[in-house]
Ligand binder design. Structure first.
Ligand code: NAD
Ligand code: IPM
Ligand code: MG
Length: 362
């Protein structure tokens, strides 16, 4: 059966890194008999430039039809002064919401070869393998009311609403308990229950649900402490479950444990396992168009797609071992480059991964 992947490259380094993942898909097609059809559409600033909208109707239609979606990144200085609803980031939020992609899996794995690339001491991060489960379609990103208004004293004020419904908390917590049960069975729920009502409900609901998962050890941390613990002793964590905004921040923080944000893939899943896959990082305007971005987060996102949405666990493992292989051979983009390793550009890194994949196939 031929699967259909929607390709949404987006802005900045998006097209450069997605191009390397497409090379990997081409290699899977040619050497592993992977039957796949790709169809591209626009999102973010690129879509704003051609259609005036960050998520054109045609893009959403394609995303709905496809078996899975691969996204690069959106945003950049060119669009920062647009009214908020037309900004590239709104396209990303809109597609997540329209497709019901509530479950965001953000694994932070340290490849042994990159221990020296982390800003933390090697013994703190060696063998790190943690997973952040971030709620992606609720919380302060989507809560109403929101807006900017003039207060009674004539001053401008802006407001957002951090709202979580019980059903949204149960849904993300259940996903996290299920996943933790298949890992080291330790789940840490991160909130700000000492201050926020929505976090109070979050903690209550997660605690109640834990009764259904007696084999999973549940703990709770306030988000400020969690951020500190992530850099103090990250290996104490197995799975972290948290809300939309806290998960956004903590996953960038976890990224640095692995050497670079250019290494972190992600999956955003709906209730049936359909998903959108994207690197955790953004469009990196500071390095766009220079063939220096690290494409591995995007290639590893493709591996997650193969595993979670396309039922191709063996191919996922092949792609992941090809990445391990190029790191072992010493290939490094600028962000993970250390003395004695071979510095390469985006394209050369992508080609090294496809060469490693081909080598295993033959
Ligand atoms: N999922 C997304 O599409 C997404 C995620 C985050 C930020 N953004 C958007 O991206 C734009 C830039 O945001 P930012 O600068 O805060 O975050 P960013 O993640 O784009 O970049 C942060 C830093 O990390 C570096 N970096 C990121 N990805 C890299 C890679 N693959 N290889 C090497 N280095 C990499 C960048 O060069 C930069 O120095 C903004 O418009 C923001 O809204 C989009
Ligand atoms: C660009 C932005 C809307 C997005 C988010 O905050 O979710 C990004 O930072 C991410 O981590 O995917
Ligand atoms: Mg982010």
């Amino acid at each position: 059966m031929t699967v259909k992947i929607a390709i949404l490259s987006g802005d900045g380094i998006g097209p450069e890194i997605v191009a390397e993942a497409i090379k990997v898909i081409g290699c899977l097609r040619k050497h592993y008999g992977f039957q796949v059809e790709l169809e591209e559409a626009q999102i973010g600033g690129a879509a704003v430039d051609t259609s005036g909208e960050p998520l054109p109707e045609a893009t959403l239609r394609l995303a709905r039809q496809a078996d899975a979606i691969l996204l690069g990144a959106v945003g950049g200085p060119k669009w920062e002064t647009l009214e908020r609803r037309r900004r590239p980031e709104q396209g990303l939020l809109a597609i997540r919401s329209a497709l019901g992609l509530f479950g965001n899996l953000r694994p932070a794995i340290l490849y042994a070869e990159l221990a020296g690339a982390s800003t933390l001491r090697p013994e703190i991060v060696a063998d790190l393998d943690i997973l952040i489960v971030r709620e992606l379609t609720g919380g302060i990103y989507f809560g109403e009311p929101r807006g900017v208004r003039t207060s009674g004293t004539g001053e401008r004020e802006a407001y957002n609403t951090l709202l979580y419904r019980e059903s949204e908390i149960v849904r993300i917590a259940r996903l996290a308990f299920e996943i933790a049960g298949k890992r080291d069975a330790r789940l840490c729920s991160v909130d700000k229950a000492n201050v926020l009502e929505s976090s109070g409900l979050w903690r209550e609901v997660v605690t109640q649900l834990s009764g259904e998962y007696p084999q999973v050890e549940l703990s709770h941390l306030y988000v400020d402490n969690a951020a500190m613990q992530l850099v103090r002793a990250p290996k104490q964590f197995d799975v972290i479950v948290t809300g939309n905004l806290f998960g956004d921040i903590l996953s960038d923080c976890a990224a640095m444990l692995t050497g670079s944000i250019g290494m972190l893939p992600s999956a955003a899943l709906d209730e049936r396992g359909k998903g959108m896959y994207e690197p955790v990082h953004g469009s990196a305007p500071d390095i766009a168009g220079r063939d220096v971005a690290n494409p591995l987060a995007t290639i590893l996102s493709l591996a997650m797609m193969l595993r979670y949405s396309l039922n191709q666990a063996v191919l996922a493992e092949r792609v992941e071992s090809a990445v391990r292989c190029v790191l072992a051979e010493g290939y490094r983009t600028a962000d993970i480059h250390t003395a004695g390793t071979r510095r390469v550009g985006t394209r050369e890194m992508g080609e090294a991964v496809t060469a490693a994949l081909r080598a295993v196939a033959s």
